[in-house]
Design a protein around this ligand. Structure first.
Ligand SMILES: [Zn+2]
Length: 216
């Protein structure tokens, strides 16, 4: 399953996927020309010439890039979970290695990695791709990894009302690898455990084995 495909499905006809040369002052509610003016200012502020050949189209490209990276601001990830169906299955459902890209809200630098999302159904089950879409919808906005992890767990808990939810997120933060402390290779891991995954040690151990078991 490819997240790129999901993205197109999630935003049918959105300008985010249009060719670079399409005029679009507003892409899905994003004021592109305002971003363009700001990026031009940034280039001037660092001593660059925004009119030189290589930079002439840069403000436009950056504006479109932000529209794409922040597209989650204009969707409600909850809607993916409302298409549940009733099923007796009451064992753990886990989608492992859901890749995502997000933007750290402190530096506006990308952080990216994998999310593992599991739940213990209590009658309500959703299509597995819907779980990946929830991750993507929550990721595509200015974020911090801790809140992203909690938000995903809360959404699944509220909408599916399962016996438990487990979310583990592993990410590389470019604001840590290419600037600041510059620690390439460092991975930040966060987790949110709800219900049985929080209260029952054996259920928690089971999901951790499912997530990491054969990779340790
Ligand atoms: Zn940061």
């Amino acid at each position: 399953m490819s997240l790129a495909t999901n993205r197109r499905d999630a935003f049918p006809g959105s300008l985010v996927d249009e060719a670079d040369d399409v005029e679009a002052p507003l892409a899905g509610g994003v004021d592109l020309s305002r971003i363009e003016r700001a990026i031009r200012e940034v280039l001037c502020a660092v001593g660059e010439d925004p009119d030189r050949e290589g930079l002439r189209e840069t403000p436009r490209r950056v504006a479109r890039m932000y529209a794409e990276l922040f597209s989650g601001l204009r969707e409600d990830p909850r809607t993916h979970l409302r298409k549940f169906f009733t099923e007796k299955y009451d064992e753990i459902v886990l989608v492992r290695d859901i890749s995502f890209e997000s933007v750290c809200e402190h530096h506006l630098m990308p952080f990216m990695g994998k999310a593992h999302l599991g739940y213990l159904p209590n009658g309500r089950v959703v299509g597995l791709s819907k779980l990946a879409r929830v991750v993507e919808g929550v990721a595509r906005r200015p974020q911090v990894q801790e809140r992203m992890t909690e938000t995903i767990a809360d959404l699944v808990m509220e909408e599916l009302q399962p016996k438990g939810v487990a979310v583990v997120v592993e990410a590389v933060h470019t604001c840590m690898t290419v600037r600041g402390v510059r620690k390439p290779g460092s991975v930040c891991v966060t987790s949110a455990m709800k219900g049985a995954f929080r209260n029952n040690p054996s259920t928690r151990a089971e999901i951790m084995t499912l997530i990491y078991g054969d990779r340790r």
